[in-house]
Design a protein around this ligand. Sequence first.
Ligand SMILES: Nc1ncnc2c1ncn2[C@@H]1O[C@H](COP(=O)(O)OP(=O)(O)OP(=O)(O)O)[C@@H](O)[C@H]1O
Length: 288
Amino acid sequence: MSITSGIPSGIPSPLKLRPRGDQRPGQHPGQQSGAVLPNKMTARGVKVFYGAKQALKGIDLDIHESRVLALIGPSGCGKSTFLRCLNRMNDTVEGCRVEGRIALDGEDVYGKAVDAVQLRARVGMVFQKPNPFPKSIYDNIAYGPRIHGLASGRDELDEVVQSSLKRAGLWGEVKDRLREPGTSLSGGQQQRLCIARAIAVSPEVILMDEPCSALDPIATAHIEELIDELRANYTIVIVTHNMQQAARVSQRTAFFHLGEMVECDDTEEIFTNPRDERTQGYITGRYG
Ligand SMILES: Nc1ncnc2c1ncn2[C@@H]1O[C@H](COP(=O)(O)OP(=O)(O)OP(=O)(O)O)[C@@H](O)[C@H]1O
């Protein structure tokens, strides 16, 4: 499947900055121009503190259903921190405090009634470094459905394992070696295994934190194609340092800087016609 987004493969120079406040009436700064798409998740006034240090300074962002949203920005600007707020991975970080509201289908994910483990099944995560469990390829995928009671018997579990591996584009390569350790796969295959593992519990949103940074260009191309295919069924948020990758895989891009979300728009707009000079500086390589 083609993953071109209409943007040339190099990083295009921005044509000009749009004047600040050049927003359509009623449009939220984190909202895409053009057609109104349903929000799968929303963030409002999200602040994050690590002890006394503030890492996010009030993020407002809409995450549209069945789209890929890329989070870009210089190192330390808070992209991963924001990503981890979306499925409460920050709950596991000592001294981390989150304020504001994050909703999934309108429901506050930090609400008292919300079970973080269940939330993480709905909002799955793929990490920078492939991290298969020290188990067989089969058991890597079967683990989540087993603990969440998503398959009623062996046949159903086999079916979930097969369909997850197919969706992750890995079935053909591993169907005859399901009992081999997940760690016996190549790095790119391991990352697709981790994506299959996330898919196996039927998530609605998949968060990806620099999923290709440990991979070679061919494995990266495989994952990028996969991301494009997956968005038909899942909402995806990806953190990437690679602006060509953001341009290739995402429909919307949000630029973060020093704990703020500076602007979010159609990816093509961000890369050709950013509103803010900080975005322009970053995408033209002046800093970051
Ligand atoms: N566990 C932690 N404890 C203390 N400070 C942290 C922790 N995690 C992140 N930070 C700080 O929060 C800020 C944002 O970090 P974060 O990792 O979210 O940025 P990032 O944009 O994802 O960076 P990078 O692109 O380098 O991965 C940084 O100043 C970082 O040092």
